[in-house]
Write a protein that binds this ligand. Structure first.
Ligand code: UD1
Ligand code: UDP
Length: 358
């Protein structure tokens, strides 16, 4: 049986994070790796488009699990992955981020005594009501090798007794943005297509259950966005799309609700927006990398450096009035700081993987 590493991915942010690692792996060695897609995200615009645009190798295994409550979704992933472990000689399971696919991969590896490698470890929001926080803590504690994107993440791991297994790598999303920006200049014409001008629109995304699954909360946010008095381009995650329909919530004429964008179009939209309004984890960081001020509709964030540098404002209560106020607040961000490494996180990770597993 061929020995290989197994990369487990399943949701949109996983695909973007694995892409630069695949590039670095192919450049550096012939360390064999396979990709498993759990099927947590499955719409073309939430999944396949990223494999095509970012030239991620097609998955070797596809579990097609789809949407389901947490226990069912994570459990089904584990059942199917465990079967695969019977038939293949995986020398390590690499998981990324904090989604249910991450947790499932980590749990299977740990139970099968296959070393687990967690990329983007040590993040803490200290809000245990978020499923992602549980996924982060559980994944970090069953992993054998932890790659932290920031020094603060390293400190968090140390506090939890995980220092010996932890390595500072920097953030793979920073690597991806640097590579993506260069390509986007020739591959995206989205501003022309949407007749948008730099610094003349807000870009928004929303998908956290506490923002979109509660009709009162979602109405507050839509009222805030509708009163902004400028164009708001809202890239609608399927979860938001579904809930807007279910609760029959409408937005003002200034709010243009679209399908999700591909990566290149989206980073061009992020870079040129006057501000970004979001509840996404990754988009808070991308706003920082692209020097676009960000407003985050969450009570707290695990990406605290974005707030400390004043690049990101948290709107904790998420009322229409607070959103409006934050949208026009000038915070003079310190964009010159570099808390997320040097854009070579993927190389650092791959070097260590080769050292340990080739
Ligand atoms: C998941 C992650 C979240 C991450 C987000 C990134 C967990 C617990 N949550 O949230 O951390 O920030 O992905 O986008 O892992 N749906 C579709 N088509 C798809 C995917 C989803 O229609 O391709 C709809 C389904 O109705 C589904 C809902 O969106 O029930 C939510 O999908 P799910 O993967 O459960 O959670 P996300 O909100 O996407
Ligand atoms: N993204 C994208 N198109 C969109 C919205 C987001 O390509 O229309 C990308 C974005 O650039 C970032 C990632 O999706 O790299 C963030 O994923 P998401 O917000 O779904 O998840 P989170 O980071 O909150 O887990």
């Amino acid at each position: 049986m061929e020995k290989s590493l197994l990369f487990v991915v399943g949701a949109r942010p996983n695909f973007i994070k694995i892409a630069p690692i695949c590039v670095a792996l192919r450049k550096a060695s012939n360390l064999s790796f396979k990709i498993l897609h759990t099927g947590q995200h499955y719409d073309q615009l939430m999944s396949d488009i990223f494999f095509q645009e970012l030239e991620i190798p097609a998955p070797d295994f596809h579990l097609n699990i789809g949407s389901a409550p947490h226990g069912v979704q994570t459990g089904q992933m584990m059942i199917e992955m465990e079967k695969l472990c019977d038939d293949h000689a995986f020398i390590g399971i690499v998981v990324i981020g904090d989604v249910n696919s991450t947790l499932a991969g980590a749990m299977v590896g740990a139970k099968r005594n296959i070393p687990v490698i967690h990329i983007e470890s040590g993040l803490r929001s200290y809000n245990r009501s978020m499923p992602e926080e549980i996924n982060r803590i559980a994944t970090d504690h069953v992993s054998d090798l932890l790659f932290a994107p920031t020094q603060l993440a390293m400190q968090n791991l140390q506090k939890e007794g995980l220092a010996e297994r932890s390595f500072f790598s920097g953030d793979v999303m920073y690597d991806m943005i640097l590579q993506g920006l260069e390509l986007a200049s020739t591959r995206s014409d989205i501003l022309n297509q949407l007749s948008l001008y730099p610094d003349d629109y807000f870009l928004a995304t929303l998908h956290r259950p506490y923002n979109v699954d509660d009709p009162h909360q979602l109405r507050q946010i839509m009222t805030g966005l509708s009163n902004i008095g400028k164009q708001v381009l809202l890239s609608a995650h399927p979860r938001l799309h579904k809930q807007m329909k279910k609760f029959e919530i409408q937005a003002g004429e200034n709010v243009k609700i679209t399908q999700p964008f591909g990566y290149f179009d989206f980073i061009v939209l992020e870079k040129n927006a006057l501000k970004i309004i979001t509840d996404s984890g990754g988009i808070q960081k991308e706003a920082f990398f692209l020097q676009t001020p960000c407003v985050t509709l969450r009570p707290e964030t695990e990406w605290v450096e974005t707030v400390e540098t004043r690049a990101n404002i948290l709107v904790k209560d998420r009322t229409a009035a607070s959103i409006l106020e934050a949208a026009f607040e000038n915070t003079s961000p310190a964009f010159d700081q570099r808390p997320y490494g040097n854009g070579n996180a993927s190389e650092i990770i791959v070097e260590k993987l080769i050292q340990d597993y080739l």
